[in-house]
Design a protein around this ligand. Structure first.
Ligand code: ATP
Length: 740
């Protein structure tokens, strides 16, 4: 870095910021003008031609929003307009320097790019790794060019601190520096150090599903969020943010990522949990048993819970999906039997058989109740068409009969009576037919009562005969267990997939909840049927799914391998991420020891080359706040802020917090609904720590030590891999942490 170069870069930065300030000022003026115009138009609404004023208000509101978005966008990046530069030459064009930032900025007169968005096609060459001759794709067309150099900047508060040219060695250095940062700022600052294999997932074909098996700390959550941002940038013309949905494991996790979303420009998308989404989409109020309590019971007593686990597993399986499909078929057949010929008076307008065929075959692609609505419309149209013919026939017949009476009857009195009778008869029948024509469709379809999906499902759970019909291959003993377990009305997460599936097939999912693109974090905690139901209800396969089987702590009810997901999404790309960016080598070594003990044959996690403090094992017979106090002092001396104390169960966490409250250690017990207070020591049961990360983690293992079983190994693995820089293990022996 020569002084001359530095000066030039500094100048470029100052010019950029200066230009941004100019635009900012003009946006502010635009906002004021638009506001003023809206005020005037509002005042005139009463007495001017109101449609004009209304149009005026609409236009100015749009104008106002544009100006406000521009202002907010610029303010967000003003302190750090860009983070990298590429020295690049497109084929047959001049060499150019492109500055890459979080959003783009073009010169309003020359239209030259001042900052290029990191999501733009050309920015891909920055992430793709190589220098030299390269290719990049724009809208499915491949372009070539030559990349001379990549440069990364450190800019703080609008001032250039330094910069470095990036090659393979400096890439690692820069990454390490980024990883050394604190937990609270890291998630937002990754755009500059996204790695090649991560970039490939972010930019993988957007209209196709993707499934990522990524080690703990490999950046799955980060990548999912960046992929959303990339998606909106690239596909914004075709999709609104409201059509996208992120499914996260719990509220705690949603709050944790919520800070990052506005930064990535993706704050408008629906962020929810599977349970909440299903309840919203079905407009249902159900009190679900807390799945974490279920898990806790399973942790406390694995053998007693076996039967329960069997039911949970079934409810998530492809077999359960088959059962639901058979149940729907059974219900359809019941309805189909109700179709009858449609008559108006004595005239048959439509055959029942035809309607049944419409219902079972032609309209089968629609949800049941939508089919019934459609059939009602078909009847209405047909009735309308045929009523005219019926009336015409009737009129002709009467006219013929009257004509015959007039011409053929000699007796005048008899003739008069006959003709009068015929006319009276006709005058009575015609309006009746017209009347009947209006209501015949409704009357015919009345027998198709709408069902409540919840009741329909509940009926299946306890009806032996029905279960025999939809699950003939189920051993009687299992059916009996199943029915017994459902005697009392109780709802669990595992029921939601079935409810959603029935809703989708019987009523259809409301447009408001019919998201077109789905991002799922921690997908290993889903069951096959949860995913299948969602896919069926949304009628899309545009799913981005990221997860880690090694962290599958809910495997009693969820996936234990990826194969079923890949068969459900045959178009899916499958990618793996083996590198961990979160943890130091020293901490990962400990975590890998546990990974090796797992039944799943997962490869060891490779930490990126970053050394840190050796994990410290502290022998203690019982929990002692004084030890924690000492550890906290050490951690804070190392400038680390976010600290978690993780133990196996909620039960133990509650006990520990009680003891800490009696000492001087400010601590907070985290549950799913709490907001994190970074100033305090966070006490967390292992299963809730999933997805989170902390500068330092203290693991304790006293009253509820980790046992040598598959579930406990995963809980321990999750707990260990939360640590970024420091790890402390406190317990009576290493065995309490499944180590030798
Ligand atoms: N390319 C990168 N540059 C800098 N930091 C990164 C990069 N990739 C990931 N990280 C950091 O690594 C940490 C782990 O990322 P993230 O939480 O997304 O991983 P994860 O795979 O979802 O982990 P887990 O499965 O354990 O929840 C985060 O602090 C993230 O900021």
């Amino acid at each position: 870095m020569t002084a001359q170069d530095f000066k030039q870069e500094q100048q470029r930065l100052h010019e950029t910021i200066h230009y941004m300030d100019r635009i900012l000022n003009s946006s502010k003026r635009d906002i004021e003008t638009a506001q003023e115009n809206i005020r005037t138009a509002m005042a005139n609404v009463e007495y001017l031609d109101s449609s004009d004023s209304f149009l005026n208000i609409l236009m100015n509101t749009r104008f106002f929003e544009l100006a406000r978005n521009q202002k907010e966008g610029l303010e967000a990046i003003r302190q750090k307009p860009y983070f990298a530069r590429i020295h690049f030459q497109r084929e047959n064009e001049d060499e150019e320097f492109l500055y890459i930032g979080k959003t783009s900025l073009f010169h309003s007169e020359t239209h030259e790019p001042i900052i290029v968005d990191w999501r733009s096609p050309v920015a891909n060459v920055y992430y793709d790794g190589r220098l030299g001759d390269i290719t990049y794709d724009v809208r499915d067309e491949t372009h070539s060019g030559h990349l001379f150099a990549k440069r990364q900047y450190k800019i703080e508060n609008g001032e250039l601190i330094n910069y470095r040219d990036v090659d393979l060695t400096t890439n690692d250095e820069l990454l390490q520096e980024a990883l050394e940062g604190k937990a609270d700022v890291r998630l937002t600052e990754i755009v500059s150090t996204i790695q090649k294999e991560q970039n490939e997932i972010i930019r993988a074909h957007l209209r196709q599903p993707i499934l990522v098996q990524g080690a703990a700390g490999s950046g799955k959550t980060t990548i999912a969020l960046h992929r959303i941002s990339y998606f909106l940038y690239t596909m914004g013309e075709h999709f609104n943010p409201e059509q996208l949905m992120i499914l996260a494991p719990n509220r705690l996790f949603i709050d944790y990522i919520a800070d990052v979303l506005p930064e990535l420009g993706v704050d408008k998308i629906c962020q929810t949990t599977y349970a909440q989404y299903v309840l919203d989409a079905l407009n249902l109020k159900l009190k679900l048993q807390n799945p974490n309590e279920q898990l806790e019971q399973l942790i406390a007593n694995p053998s007693v819970q076996q039967e329960y686990a069997m039911i949970s597993k079934t409810k998530g399986s492809a077999f359960y999906e088959l059962m639901m499909n058979r149940y729907i078929e059974h219900y359809e057949q019941q309805l189909a039997a109700l179709f009858e010929d449609v008559f108006i008076e004595k005239y048959r307008i439509m055959k029942g058989e035809h309607l049944r065929k419409l219902f079972l075959v032609e309209f089968h692609y629609m949800p049941v109740e939508k089919r019934l609505e459609r059939i009602k419309k078909v009847i209405q149209t047909e009735v309308k068409r045929k009523t005219a013919a019926v009336l015409a026939t009737l009129n002709t017949r009467y006219e013929d009969a009257i004509g015959r009476a007039l011409n053929g009857m000699r007796d005048a009195e008899k003739r008069r009576r006959t003709v009068t009778k015929l006319i009276d008869e006709r005058d009575a029948r015609v309006p009746k037919i017209k009347q009947e024509a209006k209501s015949v469709a409704t009357v015919n379809m009345k027998k198709f009562q709408k069902v409540k999906v919840k009741q329909l499902y509940r009926e299946l759970l306890t009806n032996r005969e029905l279960l025999g019909e939809v699950a003939p291959e189920w051993p009687l003993e299992d059916v009996a267990h199943f029915i017994k377990a459902h005697q009392k009305e109780r709802w669990v997460l595992e029921d939601l997939a079935a409810l959603y599936f029935l809703q989708a097939k019987i009523k259809g999912i409301d447009d408001k909840w019919k998201m077109r693109v789905v991002f799922i974090d921690e997908v290993q905690d889903y069951s096959y049927f949860q995913l299948a139901a969602l896919k069926a209800g949304l009628e899309t396969d545009m799913f981005t799914m990221v997860g880690d089987l090694a962290q599958g702590i809910h495997s009693y009810r969820s996936l234990t391998e990826w194969q079923p997901v890949l068969s459900l999404f045959p178009r899916a790309t499958y990618a793996t991420l083996q590198k961990s960016y979160r943890t130091t080598i020293e901490i990962m070594d400990v975590a890998n020891e546990i990974l090796m003990q797992m039944d799943e044959d997962l490869p060891l996690v490779e930490p990126v080359v970053r050394h840190g403090k050796e994990p410290e094992f502290i022998v203690a017979e019982g929990f002692d706040p004084a030890i924690i106090q000492d550890v906290l002092v050490k951690i804070r001396d190392n400038q680390h802020q976010s600290i978690a104390l993780i133990c196996k169960t909620t039960h133990e966490a509650v006990q520990l917090i009680g003891q800490l409250e009696n000492s001087d250690v400010p601590a907070q017990l985290l549950d799913e609904n709490s907001a994190i207070d970074q100033q305090k020591l966070l006490v967390i049961p292992s299963h809730l720590a999933k997805g989170l990360e902390f500068d330092a983690v203290i693991l304790t293992s006293f009253d509820t030590p980790y046992d040598d079983n598959p579930l406990d190994r995963k809980l321990l693995y999750v707990a260990l891999t939360r640590a970024m820089h420091e790890l402390y293990l406190i317990g009576p022996s290493k065995e309490a942490f499944l180590m030798k």
